[in-house]
Ligand binder design. Structure first.
Ligand SMILES: Nc1ncnc2c1ncn2[C@@H]1O[C@H](COP(=O)(O)OP(=O)(O)OP(=O)(O)O)[C@@H](O)[C@H]1O
Length: 238
């Protein structure tokens, strides 16, 4: 397997939920690599293991065995290799969900600035970074608004800004375009591709969305807990 440093490498990952008669082998043998600067699609039928894989990679649940490397660091090798998983999640992994999950009582700027503030970035600097991200995501005009005053597409762009705020080397996006129309869905994918290229972020997008699947250059299919890599169409986003 060729692996350019700075991305994601998953080797022989296995996850079994429960024990004995009720055990479910959700991931049997997952192998994946995503280079820094690359966006790959992860597709598969319901129950195939997509969420389990993202949760393992996002250090939300513990795999049963295998190995995961983020950037240049092995984070899991038949056991966690990082003592502080909260800091790992906060500083090195950006999450984008189907629902934006913005904090309703904070304005858009503070929703984006919160994570860098929690990571110790001085408040003004964190807000400055948030405004830069809102500019590049074309929602600066909503910087002072509350999330409830935004359209669905705007909320999703703010949640992408939040995912990028700590400049994580990895972004995990779970059905990020499901609620969006075709134009907005493609615009979200264009933004993720631009961000991957500019910030050298490795991005995995879990999706069923036929509108965006043709845009990926590489796709991993997951079925019964096993992955198969396939060349995607890589349709132009310009
Ligand atoms: N906490 C859990 N305990 C036991 N089994 C689980 C648990 N979470 C998921 N599973 C099982 O693991 C398998 C993979 O589930 P997972 O949620 O990863 O699939 P998925 O591909 O994300 O599905 P969907 O597209 O429907 O969200 C399924 O058989 C599911 O029932």
């Amino acid at each position: 397997m060729t692996y350019k440093t700075g991305g994601i490498l998953i080797e022989n990952l296995r996850k079994v939920y429960g024990h004995g008669d009720t055990a479910v082998e959700a991931l049997k043998n997952v192998n994946m690599q995503v280079s820094a600067g690359e966006v790959v699609g992860l597709v598969g039928p319901s129950g195939s293991g997509k969420s389990t894989l993202l949760k393992c990679l996002g250090a939300i649940i513990e795999p049963t065995s295998g190995r995961m490397t983020l950037g240049d660091e092995v984070i899991y090798d038949n056991g966690w290799k990082i003592p502080d998983l909260r800091t790992l999640r906060r500083d090195r992994i950006g999450f984008v969900f189907q629902a934006p999950y913005l904090i309703p009582f904070l304005d858009v700027t503070d929703n984006v600035a919160l994570l860098p503030m929690l990571a110790g970035v001085p408040n003004e600097l964190a807000r400055q970074r948030a405004l830069e991200l809102l500019t590049s995501l074309d929602v600066l005009h909503r910087a002072k608004a509350e999330p409830s005053q935004l359209s669905g597409g705007e909320q999703q762009r703010v949640s992408i800004a939040r995912a990028l705020a700590n400049k994580p080397p990895v972004i995990l996006a779970d059905e990020p375009t499901a609620p969006l129309d075709s134009e907005r869905a493609l615009s979200v994918i264009r933004i993720l591709n631009d961000m991957a290229r500019l910030a050298q972020t490795a991005i995995i997008v879990v999706t069923h969305d036929e509108k965006i699947i043709p845009t990926f250059k590489r796709i991993y299919h997951i079925r019964d807990g096993q992955t198969v890599e396939e060349k995607g169409e890589g349709r132009s986003l310009q």
